[in-house]
Design a protein around this ligand. Structure first.
Ligand SMILES: *Cc1c(COP(=O)(O)O)cnc(C)c1O
Length: 367
């Protein structure tokens, strides 16, 4: 196999090595050091929020957010049925119950009308997920939250820099949570961040991520905390990535435009959603393989793999898996999950490679 086009690939060609070297030579490699503060400060500025709290990954960012907002046993938290499982897992960590809600056909994100139907006396929070970089319809979600006295945690793990009506995702709900896993829009290897405008929530998350240890009295604990800290090494990479985030975002948008243009003439596929109020950041450019396409989605993945093109199926609907089992009907997430495919999307992907991929799709559909 000659050619190989991966699904994702980090670009670490800025100041990453320089800043990492500074950590090594100075000895500041653990969870204190100047890069942590710098990265937090600059990430808050980037999102347009007052506070940000770094942590070890995106999953624990969500866990910290739920804990700081007081979610626990007996509570219900609304999550979309189509997301990465971490969104629901963190709810279960707290002892609360994830309540699954179907997504919308025209955004692939959580459906507000369906949220209304699932609210009970126990409902405490909603976790909208900006799936594959497409912002959720936040106005309607915030309205429902306000009317029902619910808190909102935005899962922004796939949407760094995406905007809803001119506001950066993460800055709209009570807390926004980001992941910096290796394949995300910016990376620290593993890493996460919680952003908020609420000082008290930020302080709570800071306390909880550092063993719950009192800031004034060392080794004194009033609450049970965790070790969810980010290292200076991770933050060094993160700061270097953040310096180039606008360039990364523009590149991703250009990649999506190229895909859209080249796929327009391919029959029997559905291009990714968009909305006038959204400024997406295509984390993974994704399409649907309609029933009429010459092969089904899973066969297509195999054929592309043979040609050296790495793709992914969409997430499985959570309700179909035993930890989250729910026998009600979720027609949209079921359909998207069966038809959705993520195509290679990364900064160094060349137009020529996008042409190879889109040509493959169009040829496969002819035969
Ligand atoms: C990646 C991701 C997470 C988890 O982030 P990690 O850093 O891998 O723990 C959570 N939610 C969504 C939607 C994700 O895509």
């Amino acid at each position: 196999m000659e050619q190989f086009i991966p699904i994702a690939k980090p670009n670490l060609k800025g100041n990453e090595l320089k800043y990492l070297t500074e950590c090594i030579t100075s000895g500041w490699i653990s969870s204190s050091g100047k890069f942590i503060e710098l990265f937090e400060k600059k990430f808050a500025d980037f999102c347009g929020v007052k506070h940000s709290v770094s942590c070890s990954n995106g999953t624990v960012a969500l866990h910290l957010a739920l804990l700081a907002l007081g979610i626990g046993k007996g509570d219900e938290v609304i999550v979309p049925n189509l997301t990465f499982a971490a969104t629901a897992n963190v709810v279960i960590y707290t002892g609360a119950k994830p309540v699954l809600v179907d997504v919308q056909e025209d955004t692939w994100c959580i459906d507000s009308e369906e949220i209304k139907k699932k609210i009970t006396k126990r409902t405490k929070a909603i976790i909208p997920v900006h799936l594959y970089g497409m912002p959720c319809d936040m106005d309607s979600i915030m309205k429902i939250a306000k009317e029902n006295n619910l808190v909102v945690i935005e899962d922004c793990a796939e949407a760094h820099g995406a905007e809803y009506k001119g506001k950066k995702v993460g800055s709209i709900g009570d807390i926004g949570c980001f992941s910096f896993y290796g394949n995300k829009i910016i990376t620290t290897g593993e890493g996460g961040m919680c952003v908020t405008n609420d000082k008290q929530l930020a302080e709570k998350m800071r306390l909880l991520k550092d063993h719950g240890m009192s800031k004034e009295k060392r080794y004194w604990h009033d609450v049970i905390g965790y070790n969810y800290r980010m290292t200076n090494l991770q933050a060094a990479v993160g700061l270097a990535q953040l310096e180039r985030i606008n360039e990364f975002i523009e590149k991703r948008r250009a990649i999506a435009e190229t895909y859209n243009r080249l796929l327009k003439s391919v029959k029997d596929i559905t291009l990714p959603p968009n909305k006038p109020w959204a400024k997406k950041v295509d984390w993974l450019y994704s399409i649907l393989i309609n029933d009429k396409f010459s092969v089904n989605r899973d066969n297509l993945i195999d054929i592309l793999k043979e040609k050296g093109i790495d793709t992914r199926r969409f997430f499985y609907p959570l309700n179909e898996m035993s930890p989250y089992k729910d026998n009600s009907s979720f027609p949209i997430s079921k359909k998207l999950s069966e038809q959705g495919i993520n195509l290679p999307t990364y900064i160094e992907l060349k137009e020529k490679e996008i042409e190879i991929i889109t040509n493959c799709l169009s040829i496969i559909n002819v035969y």
